[in-house]
Design a protein around this ligand. Structure first.
Ligand code: F6R
Length: 258
């Protein structure tokens, strides 16, 4: 796992955007998109590069990670609407190639299987953008999720529902969701996880330095051959080998002429 510690949230957005841009400029890319606050800076930076530096997403396809059960695509708080608001509507990625699980499907289990197959049929995800929950989840794979799980219906943890209550003022956070499984996420060719803030520091430490364990679902990225974790100083603050990561990063940047 490559650990990059940045000086500020802005720099996190820019480093993560560099990795995504490099893949998008290579040719038609299948992007895996996370929602939530962590990747917002990354999306803002990609939008800026689209507007100012001719970074085009016109050949890309995008799969979102997860969706609340019970919300139609056009619900204000559906992840489909959120990712459009935060990213897709501001770049030239064709809307027909933004694919999200349908949280209002009549048969949610069948919808999960359909979505997992759609990812496979598209040739798999080339680059998966991830955030991490304070409880160590990625996607909505809550603690104790099977490390081999596929896209499925999942019950949201109480902690996740409290964390996300801010987006549902006066309403209830759904109890269930559809999420790509850890097995599905692991198949992405490359993974870029961004984490910001002190409330992620414990989860980041467990993910990077703890054992691979279903209790910290993000730790499954230790098994991924091309996983990069981009952190701000607060999110990195509990890492035991922080000096080592910084030195490795410095040497790597030198090698790449940064
Ligand atoms: C969102 C997702 C979640 C979030 C995580 C962190 O699609 O899959 O795993 O990445 O809950 O959320 P934020 O970034 O809002 O702290």
């Amino acid at each position: 796992m490559q650990v990059i510690i940045c000086e500020s949230p802005e720099q996190v957005g820019s480093r993560a955007a560099d990795i995504i841009e490099a893949r998008v400029r290579q040719g038609p890319a299948v992007l895996g998109l996370a929602t939530g606050s962590s990747p917002s800076g990354t999306y803002r930076e990609l939008i800026r590069r689209h507007r100012e530096e001719q970074l085009s997403f016109s050949d890309a396809t995008a799969f979102t990670l997860d969706e609340y059960a019970g919300l139609p695509l056009d619900h204000d708080q559906s992840y489909h609407s959120t990712i459009r608001r935060e990213f897709v509507d501001h770049v030239d990625l064709p809307l027909s190639r933004l694919l999200t699980p349908h949280g209002d499907a009549e048969d949610l289990r069948a919808e999960a299987v359909r979505y997992d197959e759609a990812i496979r049929e598209a040739g798999g995800v080339d680059i998966q953008i991830l955030g991490i929950g304070a409880n160590g989840h990625i996607g909505f794979n809550e603690p104790t999720s099977s490390l081999n799980s596929r896209t499925r219906v999942k019950t949201l943890a109480g902690a996740t529902r409290s964390d996300n209550a801010r987006f549902f003022p006066g309403g209830e956070v759904p109890q269930l969701c559809l999420t790509q499984g850890l097995g599905t996420i692991r198949e992405a060719h490359q993974a870029v996880l961004v984490a910001l803030g002190a409330n992620k520091a414990g989860a980041v430490r467990a993910m990077v330095e703890g054992p691979v364990s279903a209790f910290c679902p993000a730790s499954v990225l230790q098994l991924h051959p091309r996983a990069v974790v981009v952190l701000d100083p607060e999110a990195a603050s509990q890492l035991q080998l922080i000096d080592y990561y910084r030195r490795a990063q410095e040497l790597n940047d030198k090698l790449l002429g940064r």
